[in-house]
Design a protein around this ligand. Structure first.
Ligand SMILES: Cc1cc2nc3c(=O)[nH]c(=O)nc-3n(C[C@H](O)[C@H](O)[C@H](O)COP(=O)(O)OP(=O)(O)OC[C@H]3O[C@@H](n4cnc5c(N)ncnc54)[C@H](O)[C@@H]3O)c2cc1C
Length: 498
């Protein structure tokens, strides 16, 4: 008997990672049950529907360099359901829209002659006398490349809104990845020779694929196909306990409604639930130091206020970064630019994104107050005339960003080692599942590799699935300098714990 014929796998979560695992297992004839705590599939990649309007949490570009992931997307969703969308996003600052990535002529033109002269002066000063600690401090790293004035205009505010701490407290070592190849001199070269160098800039993907009803369309179809192939996807069912005996997981307990529990035997458990919650749900529990590591993981949370406005206030960008320090909104999505199928005739829907901490003053505001605040900010920015917002909806997303702080790597290692030794048939996958800043494609790839490990006994190290590795491999192939990251997922800043 093969492992596929012999075993039953419980999958925790019906997001991209969980459904990819279930799809791969079911396609190979293995018994699989997915338990999803929510009443909707897709996880962070779901499409939220309210009164017929569809919202995407953050805007999910379907872009990958992993051929297997691309092939699976094509297998799940018919070609007709995919749109090819142009990517456009600009920076909004003091009533002007700046190209992103920055282009020198556009930026200097928007600033006007006086501010442009000051910016160039400040840039030259920073070039002649760069901040001494630029290798250690992100603010200094940016100032060394752009000068103080451009740094304050184009980097400081948004970064602080996103991560919730001053840039001056952030280390520099991740920065070379996210904004690599960007400096004022590189920007000038780009402005003069527009197409030169652009392929080398990681943040540039000029077209991307997008399911016409939003990213959730992919996962709704994946769930249907899993069930068609004989797997089960059970909604409104949170896994609350993973039972362990003789050094392995043997069953999960699922809570369907408060007080209603069901114990389900399992030979393997693939988990995309947050790693901290996974360790907390194991019974008998891990020792205190492992639980302390679990409790020590940190997250950045997110909420979006989707406002319905007349079509005249639409813009061609998929999203706009809001750099004005006077408003709390960090980014504005225009869902109509993502797909005309997300919005209704004559109107568009703008998603005002706020980066928050679960439980903070924004998170706990009633929806009506958030809609009023978002409306006031949209009007203050001049992106809509007063009184033109028709209605609004609030979507809160806890744990949207697993945070990398100075302790996260050690914490993850402690949990990982304990699982490997005490519950080797429990497999963390995905983004929060592995506490890694993965996009959907790499979340999926961790699930694919895990299924191969289960069914074929391959010894893939799933923790090595690493987006930056590919960029580096590609760059090495073109002769550019490579930098090893090794197993940390997509590069993200280390956010020091205060
Ligand atoms: C603002 C933003 C923008 C993004 N943009 C992009 C993009 O453009 N392109 C891209 O590829 N990726 C993007 N991503 C990343 C993408 O959303 C994630 O990589 C992906 O959704 C992670 O998939 P996952 O299955 O690992 O986890 P999730 O999507 O978090 O799914 C986990 C699922 O597990 C369920 N669950 C949790 N606990 C339990 C439990 N105890 N029992 C049962 N179920 C449980 C949850 O309800 C959820 O449905 C973005 C993310 C954010 C926050």
């Amino acid at each position: 008997m093969t492992e596929a014929e012999r075993s039953h796998t419980a999958v925790i979560g019906a997001g991209p990672a969980g459904l990819t695992a279930a799809y791969q297992l079911a396609a190979r004839g293995a018994a699989v049950t997915v338990f999803e705590a929510d009443d909707i599939v897709g996880g962070i990649s779901r499409t939220v529907v309210r009164d017929g309007w569809r919202f995407d949490i953050g805007g999910h570009r379907f872009f990958t360099k992993v051929a297997e992931v691309e092939a699976l997307w094509n297998e799940i969703l018919p070609a007709d359901d995919f749109l090819l969308r142009p990517r456009m996003s600009r920076i909004y600052y003091q009533g002007k829209l700046y190209d992103y990535p920055l282009r020198a002529l556009n930026a200097l033109g928007n600033l006007g002659p006086r501010e442009a002269a000051l910016a160039i002066g400040s840039y030259l000063r920073a070039r002649i006398r760069p901040p001494r600690d630029q290798d250690a401090n992100y603010e200094s790293w940016l100032v060394a490349r752009f000068g103080w004035r451009l740094y304050r205009t184009f980097f400081k505010t948004y970064t602080e809104k996103l991560w919730g701490i001053p840039v001056s407290e952030m280390p520099a070592d991740w920065a070379a990845q996210r904004v690599k190849n960007l400096s004022l001199s590189a920007a000038i070269v780009n402005a003069v020779l527009p197409k030169r160098n652009q392929k080398n800039i990681t943040s540039l993907i000029e077209e991307f694929r997008y399911p016409k009803l939003g990213p959730g369309m992919m996962w709704e179809e994946a769930a249907r196909k899993v069930e068609k192939m004989g797997g089960e996807v059970i909604m409104n069912s949170a896994v609350t306990t993973i039972h362990r005996a003789d050094g392995r997981a043997v069953a999960v307990t699922v809570t369907t409604r408060p007080g209603q529990h069901q114990r389900v035997p399992a030979d393997h458990v693939i988990s995309s639930m947050p790693m901290s919650a996974l360790l907390r749900s194991i019974d008998p529990p891990p020792p205190a130091d492992v639980l302390a590591a679990a409790d020590d993981l940190r997250y950045r949370d997110y909420l979006t206020v989707a406002l319905i406005v007349p079509q005249e206030f639409s813009f061609p960008d998929n999203w706009i970064y809001i750099h004005d320090p006077g408003v709390r909104v960090g980014r504005i999505q225009n869902y109509g630019s993502w797909s005309p199928y997300l919005v209704k005739e004559g109107r568009t829907c703008l998603g005002l994104e706020f980066f928050v901490f679960e439980g903070d003053d924004m998170w706990t505001k009633p929806d009506s107050e958030l809609v009023a605040l978002a409306t006031a900010e949209l009007e203050a920015l001049g992106l809509v005339r007063p009184g033109m917002v028709e209605t609004g909806y609030v979507v809160r997303v806890p744990k949207a960003y697993p945070t990398y702080d100075q302790y996260y790597r050690r914490n993850v290692d402690v949990m990982r080692r304990w699982l490997e030794e005490n519950a080797p048939n429990v497999y963390p996958v995905g983004r929060n599942g592995m506490h890694r800043y993965n996009n959907a494609d790499h979340s999926m790839l961790t699930a694919m590799r895990t299924v191969e490990n289960i069914l074929d006994g391959t010894g893939h190290d799933v923790w090595e699935v690493n987006v930056e590795q590919e960029y580096h491999e590609e760059k090495s192939a073109t002769g550019a300098k490579a930098r090893a990251t090794g197993g940390t997922g997509r590069d993200a800043p280390i956010i020091p714990r205060r």
